[in-house]
Design a protein around this ligand. Structure first.
Ligand code: HEM
Length: 162
């Protein structure tokens, strides 16, 4: 076997990286519904609507397409989203912790209508995790505590629960 053949054999023998979706029942169609229904609600929310409209670099159409790609990347591991959400959100100077909390409540209520209970838990956990890192990226304090809303609602009601 020459060097080239050996290299090809080694490459083919590499285990394929398995990119599994976060829950087997989640479909791209559900993700489209999630994004469309969620941002329709955002646009009528008294606090969130102006935060978005004053800070968007495009119309809603391109934003929704980008967000569908983002959520397919997160939930289905499609790998298609190549953006950098942290700097985008850092530019929104008047965003408050309560705004993220409201964003999450709205998002969870929409996702619970679309996904199975188990899948909605997974989707909402992912949203909470990303929201927490977007919020914590705004502070330069390395010891900053995560906000209460970064915990599942059950843990927020029972802070001492294990
Ligand atoms: C109160 C909370 C939030 C506000 C006001 C907000 C607002 C915005 C705005 C205005 C943009 C559009 C920027 C543009 O068009 O140039 C944007 C983009 C985006 N947001 Fe948020 N957002 C919030 C929370 C979140 C959360 C919790 C997530 C994820 C779980 C998220 C994910 C994204 C992503 C992926 C983009 C696209 C960034 C890119 O251009 O690649 N956002 N957001």
């Amino acid at each position: 076997m020459n060097d080239k053949d050996l290299t090809m054999t080694l490459i083919e023998a590499r285990p394929a990286v398995k990119r599994e979706s976060m829950h087997p029942s989640i479909t791209a169609e559900q993700i489209s519904q999630l994004v469309e229904q969620f941002y329709a609600q955002v646009q009528t929310n008294p606090r969130l609507a102006p935060l978005f409209s004053q800070n968007m670099s495009s119309d809603w159409g391109p934003h929704l397409e980008k967000m569908k790609g983002f959520w397919r990347s997160v939930l289905l591991k499609s790998g298609e989203y190549k953006g950098r959400p942290v700097p985008v959100h850092l530019q929104i100077t008047d965003i408050r912790s309560e705004d993220f909390e409201e964003w999450l409540q709205l998002f969870s209520s929409v996702s619970e209508r679309i996904f199975t209970c188990e899948a909605a838990d997974v989707v909402n956990q992912a949203a909470r995790r990303i929201a927490t890192s977007l919020w914590l990226s705004r502070t330069s304090d390395p010891f900053a505590s995560p906000p209460a809303w970064s915990q599942p609602v059950s843990a927020q009601n029972h802070p001492s629960a294990p």
